[in-house]
Design a protein around this ligand. Structure first.
Ligand code: ZN
Length: 153
C-alpha cells in the first residue's frame, strides 16, 4: 500500500474517538455497520478495512455539496476520513456517492454520515500522524511531479 494512503488510514483511525489502540495498531468500527476493522501501526489496512471519504471526492467543487464541504480542507481532511468495511464502502460508492449531491436522498445520507463522523472526531495526536522515519521517506517519494496521492474512494 502506498505511503500516502497509509497516512490517510492512520489519520482516520487516530482521529476517531471510537478507535482503540492495540498492540498491532488500531481497531475502529465501520462508519456504517460498526463491524470492527483493523489498521496496522504503519497504516497498512488489514482484512476488510477500507478508507472512506465521507463526502465523496467527486462531490468536492459541486455547488449542491457546498454546505457539506464547508470547513473541510479538501477531501483528505481528517474530518472527512473514516474506516469503512469493504462492502459498506462499495455500497455507498455505487449508491448515494454515484447519485451525486443534487439528489436530495443522497445528500441527506451523506449529511447524516458527516454528522456521525464529526461526533466521533478528535484532533490528531501529532506523534501518531507524523509517523516514523520510514514513513517520511515514503512520503517524499510520493511527492514526485505527476504523482497524485489522491484516490477516488
Ligand atoms: Zn460496514
Amino acid at each position: 500500500m502506498r505511503p500516502a494512503l497509509r497516512r490517510l488510514f492512520l489519520l482516520a483511525a487516530s482521529t476517531d474517538t471510537k478507535a482503540a489502540r492495540t498492540e498491532e495498531g488500531f481497531t475502529a468500527p465501520c462508519l456504517h455497520c460498526r463491524s470492527t476493522l483493523a489498521v496496522r501501526a504503519d497504516g497498512e489496512a488489514l482484512g476488510n478495512a477500507t478508507l472512506e471519504h465521507v463526502v465523496p471526492v467527486s462531490w468536492f467543487g459541486k455547488r449542491p455539496a457546498t454546505r457539506l464541504v464547508a470547513g473541510l480542507d479538501g477531501p483528505d481532511d481528517a474530518r472527512n476520513l473514516a474506516l469503512a468495511c469493504r462492502r459498506c464502502n462499495h455500497d455507498k460508492g455505487t449508491g448515494p456517492d454515484a447519485r451525486g449531491p443534487a439528489d436530495a436522498r443522497a445528500f441527506e445520507i451523506v449529511a447524516r454520515l458527516v454528522a456521525t463522523r464529526l461526533a466521533r472526531f478528535e484532533p490528531p495526536p501529532p506523534a501518531t500522524v507524523e509517523g516514523p522515519a520510514a514513513y517520511e521517506e515514503g512520503a517524499m517519494t510520493n511527492r514526485e511531479p505527476g504523482r497524485s496521492p489522491r484516490r477516488k474512494t
